[in-house]
Design a protein around this ligand. Structure first.
Ligand SMILES: O=c1[nH]cnc2c1ncn2[C@@H]1O[C@H](CO)[C@@H](O)[C@H]1O
Ligand SMILES: [Zn+2]
Length: 364
């Protein structure tokens, strides 16, 4: 059998696993406009879907995480009601499934969705109901299968992380699988939220931490050594602890060794990193160096709207830049599935029954 040519269309058919995707960073531009109209939100820069799509990308293309994050003001503003949360969650599942994603953990910060009177629990209920609805639509109308779980994020500049961690634990058997902190990194170290992380550890709950994106090793060190994160959101600056010699050999510092020894997964988001200035270009992104050094690398979208991207496009960019083949993409996908906060037997089931057979056909 011959291998299927590795192009964008073929990647769309391959089973993919996504661990780092923000719900409020993945809305359809048309949906942003319709929801804004429904709730009389008048601050959108334009009401033309094509122009709005461009606007999000251009504004996010800022070279700084802080400016990049300002674009979320518009998406969060239109996600303040039961109907809008439900719709955005349902469409997210449909969009991921039509791109060939078979398992995803989608995150958002419930504390940002209280402006029109919803409680934290109501925000969770409506969002999870939207995910359920999406999974049902995908199964019944498109004959596809996707599992979407929710990561509950607390904002690192705020002071509600313990409360949000408790929220996650309350919803963990109803579609929430873990916790995260996000937002501006500089000035807001992970250890500010130690109370939340220690609580989660006592509750046998999983968490990832955005670290090593806009700030370097101290942030990763705190996330790993003080907070005990299961995964690193981005973690791309772990490269600062690796010295590459001219002959291609690498010398790892203590922290880089620890992250690699413990197989701590890196949720790498190449396009997003270029937009926030964490990497100068995809070609200069350390993804390939980290993959060759056998870190537990995974491929992620971060924010599909702000980065004009999809899971397939992120993979295709890496293929074009670093020359990866199907077995590399399969390895990154299995890395991600192994690192998911889903039950072990359910992870294995997806690896054995969906991922491996899917890539076997493509590899030929
Ligand atoms: O790459 C990122 N780094 C840090 N924070 C982020 C990133 N992308 C999105 N958010 C933040 O997470 C919130 C909840 O989804 C978003 O509202 C945004 O402020
Ligand atoms: Zn993120």
């Amino acid at each position: 059998m011959t291998s299927t040519p590795l192009d964008l269309d073929a990647i769309r058919l391959a089973p993919k696993v996504l661990l780092h995707d923000h719900l409020d960073g993945g809305l359809r531009p048309e949906t942003v406009i319709e929801l804004a109209d429904a709730v009389n939100y008048t601050e959108l820069p334009t009401t033309d879907p094509v122009e709005l799509k461009e606007w999000f990308r251009d504004a996010a293309d800022s070279g700084s995480l802080e400016l990049y994050l300002q674009t979320f003001g518009h998406t969060v503003a239109v996600m303040q009601t039961a109907e809008s949360l439900r719709r955005v969650a349902r469409e997210c599942v449909e969009d991921l499934a039509s791109d060939g994603v078979v398992y995803a953990e989608v995150r958002f910060a419930p504390e940002q969705h209280l402006d029109r009177g919803l409680t934290l629990d109501e925000v969770m209920e409506h969002t999870l109901a939207g995910f359920e609805e999406g999974m049902r639509v995908v199964r019944e109308q498109h004959g596809r299968s996707i599992v979407v779980q929710c990561l509950v994020t607390a904002m690192r500049h705020a002071a509600r992380s313990r409360e949000i961690a408790e929220l996650m634990v309350r919803f963990r058997d109803r579609g929430a699988c873990g916790f995260d902190i996000a937002g501006a990194e500089v000035g807001f170290p992970p250890s500010r939220h130690l109370d939340a992380f220690e609580y989660l550890q006592r509750e046998n709950a999983h968490f990832t931490i955005h670290a090593g994106e806009a700030f370097g090793l101290p942030s990763i060190h705190e996330a790993v050594a003080y907070c005990g994160c299961d995964r690193l959101g981005h973690g791309v600056r772990i490269m600062d602890d690796i010295k590459m010699s001219a002959d291609g050999t690498a010398k790892l510092g203590l922290l880089a060794n620890y992250v690699r020894d413990k197989r701590i997964p890196l949720e790498l988001c190449p396009s997003s990193n270029v937009q926030t200035g964490a990497a100068d270009s995809i070609a200069e992104h350390p993804f390939d160096k980290l993959a060759r050094l056998k870190f537990r690398v995974t491929v992620n979208t971060d924010n599909r709207l702000m980065s004009h991207t999809t899971m397939s496009e992120e993979m295709f960019k890496l293929v074009e830049t670093f020359g990866y083949g199907w077995s590399d993409l399969e390895r990154f996908t299995i890395n991600a599935m192994k690192s998911a906060f889903y039950r072990f037997d359910q992870r294995l089931e997806i690896i054995d029954n969906t991922i491996k057979p899917g890539y076997a056909v493509l590899i030929g």
